[in-house]
Unconditional design. Structure first.
Length: 364
């Protein structure tokens, strides 16, 4: 799904702190060079380094990218998945269309009440230039819940050329200050055909991903778990895999999928994606899923979806998309469970089952 037209306002153990040694401590010094010839050698080497850095800085001013150290593989960051079962959560759209922070928090709190307890995972969304984390992230992360933040994109060419470095660096510093592990899904559904003007080629997307992650790493934002999240249709069509940045760049695999326009069995909706995911030793989060009310049949679809996920132990988290979504200004997809007692009852049953309550938050 696209991030909302009017964007929402807005656990695992803590990631280890930065350090030079293997145990997080600073490395021991091995002595100091004091001989004149040694000091001259160091000074000469420093001059070469400074000249090189100056050259890179001038290259950036002339339109080239600023220097960013991009690694082929990063240490895993963010929340660690549950050993058994899967975190249960949702994105909850305020029903009055008010996207203030208090309205967003109120919508989640009301949804918690409807399902009988606090969700493990809460979703929030932001366009490219909107600062985050905000109150909703701080509130629920502070309660020990997992926040999954959807961060919209901008032109990948602008990112790769270093023009967006200040934005990226500011987000990295603010997420680090949150001090809680979060999941971050940058430019979800990048495989959608209507996004190709922004995304460019798969190679451009991967290059932009690497630059963003490199900056977050340089800023020490090790509390982020990086989520790569295309559409299930992209796996059905065979196009999604081309955008994959690689196992060393990604912490969680993800896909968004809907039983639309008819209530297709969950195996048909997510089968291609989960078959692909089995080739990668990564936990999976279902970033968005939903179904429309079809004469009371959605409740049974939700139960069958829960049964399907129980048979797929690689799935460690899932988030329902509780919003009625306007599509192409013509069709509205009525995904919200609120106002549909049978569907909400089925959803509540899943939320309170032991498999989808691994942290024991629900108290039936």
């Amino acid at each position: 799904m696209k991030e909302p037209t009017t964007p929402p306002q807005a656990n695992g153990p803590q990631a280890p702190g930065p350090g030079g040694g293997r145990d997080g401590t600073a490395p021991k010094r091995r002595g100091t060079l004091t001989r004149p010839w040694a000091m001259a050698l160091v000074a000469g080497a420093a001059g070469v380094v400074l000249a090189g850095v100056a050259g890179l800085a001038w290259a950036a001013r002339d339109g080239g990218p600023a220097p960013v150290r991009e690694l082929d593989s990063y240490p895993q960051g963010g929340p660690r998945p549950p050993g058994q079962g899967a975190w249960f959560g949702a994105y909850v759209e305020p029903r009055d269309g008010d996207h203030s922070q208090q309205s967003q928090i109120g919508a989640v709190t009301d949804f918690d009440r409807r399902i009988g307890g606090p969700m493990d995972l809460v979703r929030s969304y932001y366009p490219w230039e909107k600062p985050f984390p905000r109150e909703i992230d701080q509130r629920f992360a502070g309660e020990g819940r997992v926040m999954m933040i959807g961060w919209g994109g901008t032109g990948t060419e602008s990112i790769v050329k270093g023009r967006e470095d200040d934005v990226i660096r500011a987000r990295a510093r603010d997420v680090k200050k949150l001090g809680r592990p979060v999941l971050l899904a940058w430019r979800g559904e990048m495989d959608r055909p209507n996004l190709q003007k922004e995304i460019g080629s798969p190679e451009q997307y991967v290059a932009a991903w690497r630059r963003i992650r490199g900056i977050f790493h340089a800023e020490g934002a090790s509390n982020v778990g990086w989520v790569w999240c295309p559409t299930v249709e992209g796996f059905d069509a065979g196009r999604a895999g081309a955008y994959y940045p690689g196992d060393g760049q990604v912490d969680w695999l993800c896909a968004d999928g809907y039983a639309y326009p008819e209530l297709r069995p969950p195996e048909q909706v997510f089968g291609s994606f989960l078959n692909w995911a089995k080739g990668h030793d990564k936990p999976v989060v279902i970033g968005e899923y939903g179904a429309e009310e079809k004469g009371g049949a959605r409740a049974e679809w939700l139960r069958s979806f829960g049964d399907y996920i129980r048979r797929e132990p690689q799935v460690k988290a899932l988030a329902y998309y509780d919003k009625n979504h306007r599509h192409n200004k013509k069709t509205t997809m009525y995904y919200s469970l609120r106002g549909h007692p049978e569907s909400m009852r089925a959803f509540r049953e899943l939320a309170q089952s032991s498999y989808f309550n691994p942290d024991g938050r629900m108290r039936p």
